[in-house]
Design a binder for this molecule. Structure first.
Ligand SMILES: [Mn+2]
Length: 254
């Protein structure tokens, strides 16, 4: 019997149009014709029932998968933050999202934070959703960003639906890409891809900076990774999507 074709799924983040009027985001997504979207639940386009319906209508007609990036504005941490995240998860459930990406606050009592996270994880599991914590840069020190943060996170919490969203651009700046991959590969469900100069988190189109993204994808393909690869470029998304799809097609081994 032939073994099934394993391949990664390309996905586009709405980051570059997120500040635009909502109708513009929908037009942009329709025009791109991607296999999957990662939409952002943050001002000025926070998710609500109406937006969920609009996203779903277009996704249905285009057979597109939808994933959700949770809020990232650190204005209100603590209890309020997790209440907000619960709302994101519920709306992500309506979108049949397979995951919600989380920037995990670490400025407060770690024990309390992890307890709160377990509570949200349990809500998410009822919707069949995984919570994926993203590696932020050390510039965003209010959020979990070091390898050690993630060791504590994954060692302490026992929620099975807690995974990793590996931001390759962030890891390239922090020089910890290989460490993250070797330590937490089993937890990996989504990869954020964008380019930079190795110093600043520029979210540039692929090949505009120094991130060796083709090598990273080859490495992931060797490991058998078949999750999402989400483009988080702030401009020229169409070019980057074409490049990504081309590489993924070559890496698809029957
Ligand atoms: Mn990211």
């Amino acid at each position: 019997m032939m073994k099934g074709c394993k391949s990664m799924i390309s996905c586009v983040s709405t980051l570059s149009v997120h500040e635009s009027p909502f109708g513009r985001i929908l037009e942009w997504l329709k025009h791109l014709g991607a296999r999957a979207w990662e939409i952002i639940d943050e001002k000025p386009n926070e998710l609500d029932i109406k937006k969920v319906e609009s996203y779903r209508n277009i996704a249905l007609s285009e057979l597109t998968l939808i994933n959700v990036h949770g809020p990232y504005n650190p204005l209100a941490f603590g209890h309020v933050w997790f209440k907000r995240l619960e709302a994101t998860v519920a709306l992500a459930g309506l979108l049949r999202s397979s995951y919600v990406v989380v920037h995990m606050p670490k400025c407060e009592d770690l024990e309390v934070t992890l307890k709160n996270l377990e509570k949200v994880s349990s809500t998410a599991s009822k919707f069949g959703i995984s919570l994926l914590v993203e590696n932020c840069t050390s510039n965003e020190s209010a959020y979990m960003n070091t390898l050690e943060d993630f060791v504590i996170l994954f060692d302490t919490t026992c929620a099975k639906n807690l995974g990793l969203c590996l931001d390759v651009g962030h890891a390239y700046i922090e020089r910890n890409l290989d460490d993250f991959l070797s330590k937490f590969y089993e937890r990996l469900m989504n990869v954020h891809l964008h380019d930079n100069d190795g110093l600043r988190d520029l979210h540039m189109p692929l090949d505009a900076g120094k991130v060796p993204w083709r090598k990273v994808l080859e490495n992931l393909a060797r490991k058998g990774y078949d999750g999402f690869v989400t483009l988080e470029c702030k401009s020229r998304m169409e070019d980057s999507l074409n490049k990504l799809n081309e590489v993924l097609l070559k890496l698809k081994i029957p």
